[in-house]
Design a protein around this ligand. Sequence first.
Ligand code: CTP
Length: 437
Amino acid sequence: MPELTYRADSALLSGLNQPLQDLLVRAAALAQGQQATLWLVGGVVRDLLLDQPIEHDLDLMVEGDAVAFARLLAADLEGTVSAAHLAFGTATVILKKVQAGSAVFPLALDLARTRVEQYPQPAALPVVQPAGIDQDLRRRDFSINAMALSVQTVDGHLAPTTLLDPFGGRQDLAAGHMRVLHNASFDDDPTRILRGLRLAARLGFHLEPHTQTLLATALARRRLEATSPDRIRTELCLALAEPQPEEVLRLADAWSVTPHICVPLHWTATLATRCVRARAGETTSLHPLHYAGLLTYDLTAEERNHLAVRYRLPGDAVRLLRELDALQAIRDQLTRNLRNSELDHLLRPFGVVALEVVRVAEPPPIPAVITHYLVQLRPVTQLLDGHALRRLGIPPGPQLGQILRELRAARLDNLVATRADEESWAMQLWQKIRDAE
Ligand code: CTP
């Protein structure tokens, strides 16, 4: 579990890097000029208290006109306003280049008017009305996400801040507890079940007992099944972007959530080991698609298809799942003693992610076969291209394509070495094709 920092509440904003602090000084000065009050809320406050690096975009609540403020702020910081919704009082300011030392990074500032939300019926989208910060915090998911820090400026510096923590979020952070704010929380917004899983997996937190009961009740009332598949898909994609998505799945099983999302899916030690193995030796985090493949590897083709259709998974994920179906169908062939060109012919249609997933998931000798293919064979190109063949007198058309393919096979099987070898090999083949016509 991450360590709680012992920074004084009033000094919490000093946990932000200097460029972010400078940004907030500008934002606070502008807000003060508009008689608006700014609050930093949600994940950033939680992560400042946990002394986690602040790598995500900032959520700022505005007691005042958030959209007008977003426009002013964008003009002041040379950013752009995107996704402005007058009715909801929300807007995002996009800054393309924020400088931190030698690094330059993009940043989004999500601005929203402080508000209350009412849910006309369970799992429906809320009706929103302006309200103060106290009421705004009440509509949130967990106590650890229902804290706010005032952002004000004095003499060009950030003023000592005040931490608003009406639901004991700080105490829950220290205890490692996930606690909802009221009994209808999961009924109002069942995606909170999935948000809770993500956060609990990331922080190593537990549901406090009453929240656990409420979650079980919401599951029994089939609230997840009543939630739009698109909203669920968004959460699933976020789960796959976590540092250890297999931990999210392990908790989803422990909280009995998995069967409400995908009946045949479940955590196994084997699956967790594969994820650990896939991460080993990687310097950057794995792409979420890798985890989509690794976590669904033991499903049948039909089960994977059902998942893709039900949640309308994005094109790249659907392609990956189909490629896994096809690769699993040919895995026996991969264990045979194949010529390089035969292996290339089998594996060349597949994307690298699918091949890497299979390499991690299958037993020997398949991992070595796929490594051989990816490292030694896939990057190979023959020396002659189509233009070179044209210069040898071979006309454009399907035969030229066939010669190029066979030339590649010949190179992979070490039948040609030099450019001259390739030229005479191509001419012989061209002659053979002509003789057969
Ligand atoms: N929130 C909520 N219920 C939701 C979604 C969001 O109460 N269904 C609130 C929470 O207070 C949350 C804040 O909105 O902290 C911002 O949400 P988001 O940006 O999605 O997540 P973070 O909490 O900032 O967490 P992270 O980005 O680290 O996952």
